[in-house]
Ligand binder design. Structure first.
Ligand SMILES: [Zn+2]
Length: 431
């Protein structure tokens, strides 16, 4: 089964209109952006489901005036999202390379060896932990999606199928397991109970251990119109200011931060116990200061984002309408979660995109939620020879343009929708 079992939001959620901040508990009153009603973006449909009713939930992001966490209410439980998950990290070549480089770097930096333990939270199909095996560093993956964890286990990566929080952390500590390194890549956004999750990390971390977390940086989301990275499965959107607040609540301190190009601009933060002798680099203070200068401690900054999003939608639609009026054919590339926010919010269905393609065979023969665009194997683009290929996972555009540059053979070009409509002609790249 690939599609979540859907239920209405819990009744108690309906009793509190704005809800409370999942980090600090303050009442939420301020809209960040309201993307209207949208289906769950990982709920790709089988042909048999096309005639059934499809649940839509509000995609309305709010910002907390106290800790500045941008967040969605929880309309779907992680159990529903991760019971059977369709996202396999290893399908992205560049992401696996990124993970490999990280493993080599962090092994040196923390002097990890055969007596160390690396624990990754949301270890997916072992895309990252696999690189520690040849380095001789023991690992443990924690992954809630059984079908994805199975792939890691088959590669020889010890993986426990479970959700992470204080309960699991205590159980591991009781068995004598403490982590010298805890890795959490693109998981923090998907944690409904942030405080339980971070408290669990603090309990599981060895006294001199280090936590590294990667997540898309809210500063980039705002500066580059990445509104399509907002979807129901992503509950939270972080600045470093918010992370510092979160760490402080759980006896952790920021010791370093890297700015990464992944996922449209991410942060990798390094945390340690407050009492750890590890010093904090100047990069932390510098980035905190930059965020303050960018207005990330000012509600008015957040309030201006919504208009920017509407402008981005109008520009993309204007381009697609003009292309269709000129008789052009358009197909999609990719069926990522973010693509479904974009397609649903902009109302881009099969009237614009004949189909989309994906490298993940799990999605083939299925349909995108809401817009019901068919998902084919990548070869379908070669058969159709479209004038334009709309790249939905725009964060991977360089990789995709390289892989698909032969669309130039029939005069095809790429459309990149975010931060604003851009056309890439692979012919020009070859020159
Ligand atoms: Zn808050």
């Amino acid at each position: 089964m690939s599609v979540h079992v859907l239920e209405a939001p819990a009744p108690e959620a309906e009793l509190r209109p704005g809800g409370r901040c999942r980090l600090c508990g303050a009442g939420l009153e301020h809209t960040f952006v309201d993307l209207g009603m949208s289906p769950l973006c990982e709920s790709i449909l089988t042909p048999g489901q096309l005639d059934a009713m499809e649940p839509y939930f509000p995609l309305h992001a709010l910002v907390c005036e106290t800790c500045f966490l941008v967040q969605l209410r929880e309309y779907v439980s992680p159990q529903q999202i991760f019971g059977e998950y369709a996202y396999f990290s290893s399908y992205s070549t560049s992401w696996v390379a990124h993970a490999k480089a990280y493993c080599a770097m962090i092994k040196e930096r923390l002097d990890l060896g055969p007596d160390s333990l690396v624990i990754e939270l949301a270890s997916n199909d072992g895309y990252l932990l696999q690189h520690f095996l040849p380095l001789g560093v023991p690992v443990l993956g924690i992954e809630p999606a059984a079908n994805v964890a199975r792939v890691a286990i088959d590669k020889g990566i010890a993986t426990q199928v479970d959700f992470f929080g204080t309960a699991l952390a205590d159980a591991l500590v009781a068995k004598g397991r403490r982590a010298d390194l805890i890795v959490g890549n693109n998981v923090l956004a998907q944690v409904p109970d942030l405080n339980d999750f971070v408290a669990g990390m603090a309990r599981l971390l060895a006294p001199e251990g280090v936590i590294t977390l990667e997540f898309p940086h809210l500063e980039h989301l705002m500066a580059e119109n990445q509104f399509d990275t907002i979807y129901h499965e992503h509950f939270s959107y972080f600045s470093l200011i918010t992370i510092e607040h979160l760490a402080g609540r759980h006896g952790l301190k920021l010791i370093d931060v890297d700015e990464l190009a992944t996922h449209g601009g991410s942060l990798r933060v390094y945390l340690a116990h407050v009492g750890s002798p590890r010093p904090t680099t100047v990069r932390v203070a510098d980035l905190l200061a930059r965020e303050r200068r960018s207005g990330l401690c000012d509600l008015a900054t957040y309030g201006s984002f919504a208009e920017q999003v509407k402008r981005t939608k109008r520009k993309l639609l204007a381009f697609l309408i003009a292309a269709k009026e000129a008789g052009k054919t358009i197909c999609g590339y990719g069926a990522p979660g973010k693509g479904n926010t974009l397609l649903n919010y902009c109302g881009i269905g099969t009237d614009f995109l004949e189909f989309t393609v994906d490298r993940n065979p799990y999605k083939h023969g299925r349909f995108t939620p809401g817009m019901h665009i068919p998902i084919h194997p990548v070869g379908a683009i070669d058969a159709r020879r479209p004038d334009y290929v709309l790249i939905l996972p725009w964060n991977l555009k360089d990789e995709i343009v390289q892989q698909m540059r032969h669309v130039a053979d029939w005069g095809g070009r790429f459309i990149v929708p975010i931060p604003s409509v851009a056309i890439i002609d692979p012919k020009e790249m070859q020159s």
